[in-house]
Design a protein around this ligand. Structure first.
Ligand SMILES: [Ca+2]
Ligand SMILES: [Ca+2]
Ligand SMILES: [Ca+2]
Length: 325
C-alpha cells in the first residue's frame, strides 16, 4: 500500500517535469531528503490504509503520523507561511551536493497543506526560496541563491494524499479526516548550479487566502518518529531566531525528537556546462553562459559564492571541457 502512495507522488512529479517549457530531457530527481536510495521517494505518503484499518477514498491515500517505542508523533505540520502584516515563518533544511562537478537544479518539489482547502481551490499562491552555504542565521553562513521577495512557484499539484494523525495512538487515537490535502509545490530554480558541498534550503509559502496558514508535514517514514541526522529549522520572525523543529510526542511524556522536511531536487548532475538541457555541451551553451555572465545573472555564478566574476568564467571553461556522459 505504501507503493501506491509513492506512485501517486511520482506521477505528479513526472507530469510537472514534462509539462513545463524549456525542460531538459536529461532532468531527473537527483536528491530526496527522505531517502538515500530512491530520489523520487518524497517521504510523505504512508499508504491507502490507516494503522486502524480505514481506507482512503478512491485512489487517494494517507500521510499518517507514526509511532515508535510506544509514543506517537503529535504534530501534523509546521507553520511555514507569510503571516498577515508580518514576515511570519520560514523553513530550512540541509542537503549535500555530491559528485565531482556538482548539480544543476531546475526544480525543488516541496509539500504542504492548508486545513480545509479543497482540490478545486489551490491554497498556495507563491513561494520564495533561498539557498545558503551553511545553517541560516549562523555566523559565517551566507545566501548563495534567491531572496525573500521573488515568487518562484512554477506549479502547484494536488497529490491525493491526506495528512492525518496517528489513528491508533494511546490514549487518544484520532480517526482519519480528509481536511488536510497535501499539495506538491514545484519551485523553479532555472538550472542554477551548486558545486559539491553542504547547503541549506530556506523557503516560505504565501497563502492564496490572505492571512491563512500553510503547514508542512515533516518527513514521515513507517514506524519512525525521527532519524539521527534530522535537523530541520523553523524561523520565528517575531523573535528573529531559527530554532530546531521537534515533535514533543504523544503522550507528552514521550521524548522530543528532531524532524526533517520532505523535498526533492530535480535537475542534472553531469554535463554541467549544458545550459540548454539537451545533453550536450556545445557553442549554444557557451553563448548562453556569456549571456548570463554579461548580465551578472546568478546562473553564471558557477562556484556559488554569490558573485559573478572571472572565476566563474574559468569554472565554465573547465566544465565545458569535461566529457558529457
Ligand atoms: Ca536535514
Ligand atoms: Ca547544450
Ligand atoms: Ca561566482
Amino acid at each position: 500500500m505504501a507503493i501506491m502512495a509513492k506512485r501517486m507522488i511520482r506521477t505528479a512529479a513526472w507530469a510537472a517535469a514534462v509539462a513545463g517549457p524549456g525542460i531538459a530531457s536529461a532532468q531527473v530527481a537527483i536528491y530526496s531528503n527522505a531517502s538515500v536510495v530512491d530520489p523520487w521517494e518524497a517521504g510523505v505518503g504512508t499508504g491507502r490504509m490507516t494503522a486502524s484499518g480505514m481506507f482512503a477514498p478512491g485512489t487517494d491515500s494517507w500521510s499518517e503520523l507514526q509511532s515508535e517505542g510506544g509514543y506517537a508523533n503529535a504534530v501534523g505540520g509546521y507553520s511555514s507561511h507569510l503571516t498577515e502584516g508580518g514576515p511570519g515563518y520560514r523553513f530550512a533544511d540541509d542537503f549535500t551536493v555530491t559528485g565531482s562537478q556538482g548539480w544543476r537544479i531546475d526544480t525543488v518539489q516541496l509539500f504542504a497543506y492548508q486545513i480545509g482547502a479543497v482540490a478545486s481551490f489551490p491554497p498556495i499562491a507563491a513561494v520564495n526560496l533561498r539557498i545558503w552555504d551553511g545553517p541560516p542565521g549562523e555566523p559565517g553562513s551566507k545566501v548563495v541563491f534567491g531572496d525573500t521577495g521573488t515568487d518562484r512557484l512554477d506549479r502547484l499539484i494536488r497529490t491525493g494524499v491526506y495528512r492525518i494523525f496517528d489513528s491508533v495512538a494511546i490514549p487518544a487515537p484520532i480517526p482519519p479526516e480528509q481536511d488536510r490535502l497535501i499539495w506538491q509545490a514545484n519551485v523553479r530554480l532555472g538550472g542554477m548550479m551548486l558545486p559539491p558541498g553542504t547547503y541549506w534550503l530556506d523557503w516560505q509559502y504565501i497563502s492564496s487566502i490572505e492571512g491563512a496558514e500553510i503547514f508542512s508535514p515533516p518527513i514521515t517514514l513507517r514506524n519512525k518518529r525521527s532519524m539521527p541526522a534530522w535537523n530541520a529549522r523553523q524561523h520565528i520572525a517575531d523573535e528573529e531566531r531559527w530554532e530546531a523543529i521537534v515533535d514533543g510526542g504523544k503522550p507528552a511524556a514521550g521524548p522530543d525528537v528532531p524532524q526533517d522536511l520532505p523535498f526533492i531536487l530535480v535537475g542534472w548532475s553531469s554535463c554541467m556546462a549544458d545550459y540548454t538541457g539537451d545533453g550536450r555541451a556545445d557553442f549554444a551553451d557557451y553563448l548562453q553562459f556569456l549571456n548570463y555572465y554579461d548580465s551578472a545573472d546568478p546562473r553564471a555564478d558557477l562556484n556559488a559564492d554569490g558573485y559573478v566574476d572571472f572565476t566563474d568564467y574559468l569554472v565554465f571553461l573547465n566544465l565545458y571541457e569535461a566529457p558529457c556522459t
